[in-house]
Design a protein around this ligand. Structure first.
Ligand SMILES: [Mg+2]
Length: 121
């Protein structure tokens, strides 16, 4: 079973993403901030769904941190309420695997998750 780590500070969104993925047969682990997320990365998820706007440590800071710690092979989908060009440019520069803009569509989320995980062994 593929394991997905969700790092998201908003509980409603966190639970929604978790339920959508669990119903579709994924194992889900969740963190409500980047610090918890740094602990859970040790469980070696197959994919990370990462919110950008979080108190304490932003999604981008979290991404830089895990990559500097050697987890650069884990694909990342960023979850953002901000569809500005600058956000998309940063996502491209940081080579994230995909972006989902809130409010997101269930089928869009699942398609993007499946597309990434089905390329892995
Ligand atoms: Mg947030």
């Amino acid at each position: 079973m593929k394991k997905v780590l969700i790092v998201e500070d908003e509980e409603d969104i966190l639970n929604l993403v978790r339920i959508i993925l669990e119903i579709s047969g994924y194992e889900v682990i969740t963190a409500q901030d980047g610090y918890q997320g740094l602990e859970l990365i040790k469980k070696k998820p197959d994919l990370i769904i990462l919110d950008l706007m979080m108190p304490g440590m932003t999604g981008w800071e979290y991404l830089d941190k895990i990559r500097s710690e050697g987890y650069s092979n884990i694909p990342v989908i960023v979850l953002t309420a901000n569809a500005q060009i600058s956000t998309i440019e940063t996502a491209i520069n940081k080579k994230v695997d995909d972006c989902i803009v809130k409010p997101f569509d269930r089928d869009d989320l699942l398609l993007k998750v499946k597309a990434i995980l089905s390329n892995q062994n």
